[in-house]
Design a protein around this ligand. Structure first.
Ligand SMILES: *Cc1c(COP(=O)(O)O)cnc(C)c1O
Length: 388
């Protein structure tokens, strides 16, 4: 069997060899606890601080505003629980299409007595500004709207959200109104300068940007008040105790810098491939419809509902023929619930069941797409015939 063609970059990316090399010295050779006092340990501490500066540089932030975490799930939990616990009983708002690592903490906070509003989205997956304006009350302390969706690729109108939040802030006396965004899927392709985005908190991770899994950070603007989730030795300004995962930190910083260098190139190259794939599927398959916005869409995301098939069967059929794609979201592979994102954009259960996500990446070529299309058609025909 030849190596399968990987088209599931929204679920995870292979580590870049340069990232891998940058991490190499920090497993055995420079293993020291960065908090120890002797010279070799102090050097490791300096490496963490230069990684922090490297990340801060890409975001246009201060190094002290970067809190390293073990991935985006932890960063989202820190943002939500952290802000909530610093503001007992207040109100939190998020879109209905957020990642589970935002929605589950919110569900838990609701059980514990906070007020929570989930905003509906339009058929293209974008939040409605009117709904957001109505949702925000005088007791709202946090609005969380993701930068781009992991399932359908829709890019949220963050600059409109920022303007609205700024407007509503002006009427406030004491309670802050914070703006958080989960940028895990956006980091390869979209601008990340926090001042331009106007965010107070931003989640990033390594595993979607050709860095190590369980690496990432939460950007926390100076002055934002939040409580830690993990207490202990006081690392990461007391917001994330525990001996630092130095290879992960170094790898994440390197991956983020590489992503920012490749951003322009990839956000020109991939939309061409993406739109070619979308067009081919629409032309060659009947009863296939694109999910998500056609334009405000991640350069690497394609998500289709194909009538008359089950997405799961199609994924397996494609897998046995050398193509790796996803049904719904790979992140929710551990539960049998239908995709909350496809539900939120108004798809019926049978349509949700017949959906697949194809996500391109740095190594994807036009030849890969052509081979994929050549396999998709017979696979769908076969499954449709079988279903009759
Ligand atoms: C992958 C992903 C996460 C979770 O990231 P981990 O690093 O696996 O914890 C959170 N949000 C979005 C939008 C994602 O795509």
């Amino acid at each position: 069997m030849p190596k399968p063609i990987y088209l599931d970059h929204a679920a995870g990316t292979p580590i870049d060899v340069r990232v891998f090399q940058a991490m190499q010295p920090y497993w055995a050779e420079n293993f020291y606890n960065p908090s120890s006092l002797y010279e070799p340990a102090r050097r490791v501490k300096k490496v963490i601080e230069s990684s922090r500066a490297q990340v801060a540089q890409v975001l246009g932030a201060k190094p002290s505003e970067i809190i390293f975490t073990a991935g985006a799930t932890e960063a989202n939990n820190l943002a939500l629980f952290g802000i909530a616990q610093a503001h007992p009983g207040k109100h939190l708002v998020a879109s209905a299409v957020e990642h589970e690592s935002v929605l589950e903490p919110l569900a838990e906070l609701k059980k514990r007595g906070w007020k929570v509003t989930l905003l509906p989205v339009k058929a293209d997956g974008k939040v409605e500004l009117k709904e957001l304006e109505q949702a925000i009350t005088n007791s709202t302390v946090l609005v969380s709207v993701m930068y781009a969706n992991n399932e359908i690729g829709t890019i949220q109108p963050l600059s409109d959200v920022r303007k609205l939040i700024n407007k509503l802030r002006r009427g406030r006396k004491s309670l802050p109104l914070y703006f958080h965004t989960d940028a895990a899927q956006a980091a390869n392709y979209l601008p990340l300068q926090v001042s331009r985005l106007g965010v107070d908190l931003m989640t990033l991770n390594g595993s979607k940007i050709y860095g190590p899994k369980q690496s990432g950070c939460l950007y926390v603007r100076s002055g934002v008040r939040l409580r830690p989730l993990i207490l202990g030795g006081g690392q990461e300004r007391g917001l994330r105790s525990g001996t630092e995962n130095v290879p992960a930190i170094v790898g994440f910083a390197e991956a983020l810098e590489l992503a920012s260098q490749l951003r322009t190139k990839e956000s020109r190259r991939l939309p061409v491939l993406r739109d070619y794939l979308i067009k081919q599927i629409i032309q060659k398959l009947d009863a296939a419809s694109l999910n998500g916005d056609a334009k405000q869409r991640l350069p690497n995301n394609v998500n289709f509902t194909i009538a008359g098939i089950s997405g799961e069967s199609l994924v397996h059929h494609l897998d046995s023929n050398g193509f790796l794609v996803a049904t719904g979201s790979a992140c929710s592979a551990n539960n049998d619930r239908p995709s909350h994102v496809l539900e939120a954009i108004g798809l019926k259960p049978v349509q949700i069941n017949g959906s697949i996500r194809i996500s391109l990446g740095r190594n994807t070529t036009k030849a890969d797409i052509d081979r994929f299309i050549a396999q998709l058609l017979p696979s769908v025909t076969k499954l449709r015939a079988f279903a009759k």
